[in-house]
Design a protein around this ligand. Structure first.
Ligand SMILES: [Zn+2]
Length: 470
């Protein structure tokens, strides 16, 4: 309307050139309202599902903002040249399957495996006093540290993917960008670092990753690092967070990065909650009350997380959902590995004999039966019961785990989770919270904390960084 009226004036006005320029600017400034996302046609109800409830679940699922805080497709992009634009027949996530499953926004894991963790600290410990002095040479330099480079390569892989598919995928680094991308019908891609060793103990590198758009960091992976203990090694290194670890958490608050306590030791979990000035997330962990793996959190930990305003995002990994599966899979894997090793020692590589022996092992050790989707739903339900409806979400670990439940085979199966929650009596409001709104609330609170801390100076390193606190 505005454009039409001015165009009429322009035709008769004294400065048509001026009006034309003004019109161009005005047209560019007008915001085009995004087209509402369309709900794909509902497929027939799966066997045993109530058709009316399935239709309701499908519509709700595709209308809600569905967020997953941990998916490892980035590793496949980087290491196996996966094109996310094409529907794959293996793995769990690509753009066609995400769209079909109503998976709107994903924090792709900037995963740094523990083998990249080295220690270059001796090289950087004591810089020269003046620019004319030589750097002191350590007696024996530590092993090379490739952690940050690996994280940067992961980020590059995701950025290349987004640039390859601009019509379907949008890199985002804020709640506003995420919601705008989803409203425009695009897949919102965000970044979370997995493994705090990615920053190589350097607060400057942490800030640099924040500048690149990384919006959460898992304080550890399966290894202790320069500032925090992991849940995996039997012996603690620092007994939780050391002094640098507290600075890292507080600096993440200042930078607007969510502090992620999946993978950390119970002591690190408690320290992180105490140190953080914003709600904390558990990006991909399940319930230890239902499966005893140390990657999961106890009811007491969930209550503490909820009391602080945080959210646990339930992991779909069979081994974190079901103790029985974990025991059977582990026993089968161990026996198979011993026999495979013997076969490889006995027969030459590439020989027909070896291939025959491996096929025989495949036959003797078929895949262990997977737990059903209901087992995953039980974890979500337990978390809702203990933590409350405001503190539960989804962090699948798709493309990062060897086994997901039967009935949650890939991203296209996600609407079934919505169905199961409704079938158990969850309200539509609760379901929307679990699917994404709880995580977006925490992300918003983390952004607000960063705004509040805008005048705080960047954290600095000190001589006591590598001291224990306990
Ligand atoms: Zn993980």
């Amino acid at each position: 309307m505005l454009k039409h009226t001015l165009a009429g004036r322009g035709k008769t006005g004294p400065w048509p050139w001026f009006t034309a320029v003004w019109l161009t600017i005005a047209a560019a400034a007008q915001t085009v309202p995004p087209a509402p996302p369309t709900v794909p046609n509902c497929p027939p109800a799966p066997t045993g599902y109530d058709p009316a409830l399935w239709q309701r679940a499908w519509t709700l699922h595709h209308d809600a903002v569905v967020v997953d805080t941990h998916i490892d497709t980035t590793s496949l992009v980087l290491d196996r040249n996966l094109d996310m634009g094409l529907r794959q027949t293996t793995g769990h996530v690509d753009l066609p399957r995400a769209a079909q499953g109503g998976l709107d926004a994903v924090f792709y894991s900037i995963y740094v495996d523990a083998r990249f963790h080295g220690d270059e600290a001796p090289l950087f410990a004591k810089p020269p006093r003046t620019v004319n002095d030589d750097w002191p040479r350590p007696a024996a330099p530590g092993p090379a540290n490739g952690s940050a480079r690996r994280a940067l390569a992961m980020i590059d892989g995701l950025c290349r993917t987004a640039a390859q598919h601009p019509e379907r995928m949008q890199l985002c680094s804020s709640v506003a960008e995420l919601r705008a991308a989803v409203a425009a019908g695009k897949h919102a891609a965000l970044m979370g670092i997995e493994g705090g060793h990615a920053i190589e103990g350097d607060l400057g590198l942490l800030r640099q990753f924040a500048r690149l758009g990384v919006r959460y960091m898992t304080l550890t992976h399966s290894n202790h690092n320069e500032f925090a203990d992991s849940c995996a090694p039997a012996e603690p290194r620092w007994g939780g967070l050391n002094r640098l670890g507290v600075k890292v958490v507080r600096e993440m608050n200042r930078l607007g990065m969510m502090v992620d306590v999946s993978h950390v030791s119970d002591a690190t979990f408690a320290d992180a909650l105490q140190a953080s000035r914003a709600p904390v997330i558990c990006s991909h962990s399940s319930m230890r009350a239902l499966c005893g793996h140390r990657r999961n959190i106890t009811d007491a930990m969930l209550r503490a997380l909820a009391a602080q305003g945080g959210v646990v995002m339930i992991n779909y990994n069979c081994g974190f959902l079901d103790d029985d599966y974990a025991v059977r899979a582990s026993a089968t894997r161990a026996t198979r590995q011993i026999e495979e090793k013997a076969a490889r020692a006995k027969f030459p590589a590439d020989s027909n004999e070896l291939q025959t022996a491996l096929r025989a092992l495949d036959h003797r050790f078929p895949p262990v039966a997977r737990p059903p989707l209901q087992r995953l739903v039980e974890h979500v339900w337990h978390a809702l019961t203990i933590g409350g409806e405001d503190h539960v979400g989804l962090g699948s670990d798709f493309d990062g785990v060897p086994c997901v439940p039967e009935g949650m085979d890939d991203a296209t199966f996600l609407p079934r989770l919505t169905y199961e929650l409704l079938a158990r009596g969850a309200t539509e409001t609760t379901v929307r919270k679990v699917l994404g709104e709880n995580l977006l609330r925490v992300f918003t609170a983390v952004e607000a904390t960063a705004m509040r801390l805008a005048d705080e100076p960047p954290a600095r390193h000190g001589d006591d960084d590598r001291e224990r606190r306990h």
